[in-house]
Every structure is written in C-alpha cells, then in structure tokens.
Ligand binder design. Structure first.
Ligand code: NCC
Length: 394
C-alpha cells in the first residue's frame, strides 16, 4: 500500500517537473540560428515594406519616454498573473529579460505586430540605458578622457593605455557632432550593393557613415554614392595597404582624399598593435594639413556595445564594424537607414552574390558572427527602428 502511494507520488512529481520544463521551454525556447536559405526566404516573404516606428527610434534618444510605458505594461500585464508564471521565472533568471519575454508572449497571443514593436522597444531601451550612451562616449575626447585615465583595450585581456602627454593632445575637445543628426545612412560593404544604383539615395542623406575606407572610385559611385561624413579605418588596413606607414605616407594621404572632410574613426585602443598604426595615421594626416578629423574610438563604448549585442545572441568574438556603426547611428541620429548589410552567399534573387561590392574576400568567421548580426538588424527593421535597404534603388 505504502509502496503504491510512493509510486503514485513520484509519478505526479515527475509529471509536475515535465510540465514545468515544458513551460520553461515555451518561455525560453532553445535558440536555433536559421540557415541562410530560411533567412533569404523570410526577407523575401516580408518584402521591402517598412513602417517607421517613431517611438522605437525616439527611445534611443529620449530615455525617459520608455519608462512610464514599461511601468504601465508591467502593472497591466504582469501583476494580475499568478506568482508561478511571473515572479518564479524572474527569480530563476535575469529579472528584466524574464519580464520582457513574458510581455512579448502575452502580446504575441494578442497581436504579433505589437509583440514585434515591443521587442524593438526592449532592444532600444537596453541599448540606451544598460549600455552605451553613444552621444557622450563613442569617441575619446579631452572632456571624457583626461591625462592619467586608464583605457583598457577592448580587444585584449590585460593591456591598457594610460592617457599621457603624447596621446591627450590628439583627442578632439568634445564630441563634434551637432546632435541629433537628422537622416543618417550606414553603408556596409556587402556585395548586395553591386548594381544596386543606390548611390543617389545614399548621397541624399544628411550624414553618411562608411566602413573600413571602402573604395569610392567612379565605377562604384552609382551604387554606393560618394558622400562620407564618417569612415572607419581598421589599423589592419594601414598595415596591409600602406606598409604600416613606415616608408611613405603619400599614397595614404592621397587615397584619403576620397572621403572629403570626413571624420576618420579609428579603434586605436582595441588591440595593442593597432595603437602605433593609428597614431601614425593621425600624424600623417595632420602633417599633410588634411581637413579630416581623426576620432579615436572609445574602447569602453566598443566593449559595452559588444556586451549588449552578446546578450542579444550575437556570439562572435568581436562585433563587425558595421554593427558598431549602426549602434552609434541609432544613438545619434533621428532616422537610420542601412545599406550593404547582407552577409550571405545568395542574394535575394537566389543568385550568388560577392561578399563585398568591390571584391570577394570573405570575412574571418573566427572573429565575427555576421549572420547573427544580420538577424538583429532584421529585428530592428521589422520593428520599425531602422530601415534595412536590401534591394535596388531603381
Ligand atoms: C579578411 C578580413 O579580415 N575581413 C574583415 C574586414 C577587413 O578587416 C576590412 O575590410 C579591411 O580590409 O573588416 C570587417 O568587415 P568589412 O570591411 O568586410 O565590411 C564592413 C561591414 O559591412 C557589413 N557587411 C559586409 C559584407 C557583407 N557581405 N555583409 C555585411 O553585412 C558588416 O557589418 C561589416 O562590418 C569589419 O571590420 O567588420 C570584417 C572582416 O572580417
């Protein structure tokens, strides 16, 4: 009799555990990265339609706007639910993400569109509040990095640089943009831009950001435009294309003329070998009386943006330059459109597409997780926070 009772009791315990596990998996499903074909199909299915979600964009800029909404949603949706659905999962894991996921599930059962907007809002709020404060911190300035400040390299474990009499004078006085910038475009280097004829549209933006000193010669401008207000320069480019500026600076200074009077954004304090290369690039431009301004990326900003996206499922060792720039743009611009982000071998017409619009040198998959990054950009596109332009501009 006792044995039978124990058997029944253990059976119901197991049943309860199973129900709990199923609930858990429903709320926190195991993540599976869709393959390239699924992504192409989803993009084709959604098409190029896009509805701007002003709230989503504003939330990057107006911190206070979201909190009343969040509090209201929590009050209306979370509190009336029983303890084991709301508080328990929160106790067991990160409280905020549990609340956010629950709200999303509830919204999803009401209207999928609302769930999407919610997801975008959550991403935005986190980017703004938990993370990075791009407006004040994206570049090293005399205001935010005084002599003696220790800069920990964001791409190294134990290296740091203490701002000193040699480096401090190279920093701009303060963040030089007139913020908020109005319409911004971030141009990735993806092969989707080839034959896109998007140059005109890109050049109509108020502020254009580009990655890694990309070629802007005549053969490409119809597709990618010419206008550049900010361009990043990986120190590796100085090393590989300009022999570390050890012999001649002329070719470098000449090639930089393609970017007009733009800001040159360099991650000088990300990897140790990049520091000297970046400082050399700075001096080469300064000595040639160039009208360009070198901005050194703030390693704390890069680290925080990297952490933020890691929490959202981007697992590469390092974010790609493009995602750093998009994160920056969302913090400093009223409207953001991204071109040239398509890290897949097949285009939207299901035909092979080269990796870059100018060559087919593939990225190092040891460092970056570009397809995962693309999914995040796609989420932001779907939630109306930024516009991801993938097709042609005919
Ligand atoms: C071989 C290699 O190291 N390639 C790296 C190159 C290389 O260092 C520079 O081009 C300089 O030569 O730089 C990277 O990237 P890259 O310069 O190729 O591209 C800039 C940004 O565009 C987006 N992109 C690019 C190609 C593509 N098919 N789809 C895309 O979405 C990405 O967001 C990307 O960041 C980099 O810095 O991120 C990352 C690449 O891994």
């Amino acid at each position: 009799m006792m044995g039978c009772l124990r058997f029944h009791r253990s059976k119901s315990v197991w049943a309860a555990v199973c129900v709990l596990v199923l609930c858990w998996l429903y709320i926190f499903p195991v993540y599976r990265m869709p393959n390239d074909k699924d992504i192409v199909e989803e993009v084709l299915h959604q098409g190029q339609t896009w509805t701007k979600n002003k709230t989503g964009i504003d939330l990057y800029r107006v911190r206070s706007a979201l909190f009343p909404v969040l509090v209201q949603l929590q009050r209306d949706f979370i509190l009336p639910w029983p303890y084991f659905v709301t508080i328990l999962p929160m106790r067991l894991c990160d409280r905020h993400s549990a609340v956010e996921k629950l709200i999303k599930i509830m919204l999803q059962s009401l209207t999928p569109a609302a769930a999407l907007v919610w997801e975008g809002m959550v991403l935005n709020r986190k980017l703004l509040t938990e993370c990075c404060d791009p407006k004040r911190t994206f570049a090293l300035t005399k205001e935010n990095s005084q002599i003696g400040k220790v800069l920990w390299y964001d791409g190294e474990l134990y290296h740091y640089h203490t701002v000193n009499n040699d480096t401090y004078p190279l920093f701009v006085q303060d963040i030089p943009f007139q913020m908020p910038l109005k319409k911004c475009v971030v141009v990735g280097n993806g092969g989707v831009l080839k034959n896109s004829r998007c140059g005109k549209v890109i050049d109509q933006a108020d502020f254009v950001m580009r990655c890694n000193l990309p070629p802007l010669s005549k053969e490409y401008t119809d597709d990618v435009g010419r206008k550049t207000q900010l361009v990043t320069a990986n120190p590796s480019i100085i090393e590989k294309s300009f022999q570390s500026l050890l012999w001649s600076r002329k070719a470098f200074v000449e090639s930089m003329k393609a970017y007009g009077s733009s800001y040159i954004y360099m991650p000088a304090f990300s990897m140790k070998p990049g520091t000297d290369l970046s400082l050399r690039a700075y001096h080469a431009l300064a000595d040639s009386a160039s009208n360009q301004t070198v901005l050194f990326a703030n390693p704390d900003f890069l680290k925080n943006v990297g952490r933020f996206w890691k929490h959202h499922g981007v697992h590469g060792r390092r974010l790609s330059t493009g995602l750093f720039l998009v994160s920056l743009a969302l913090g400093v611009c009223e409207e953001v459109t991204a071109f040239g982000f398509w890290p897949f071998a097949l285009g939207l017409n299901q035909q092979p597409v080269s990796h870059h619009y100018y060559d087919n040198v593939l990225p190092s998959s040891r460092f970056h997780a570009m397809p995962e990054e693309f999914l995040q950009l796609w989420h932001l596109h779907k939630s109306g926070t930024l516009r991801l332009h993938l097709g042609t501009c005919a």
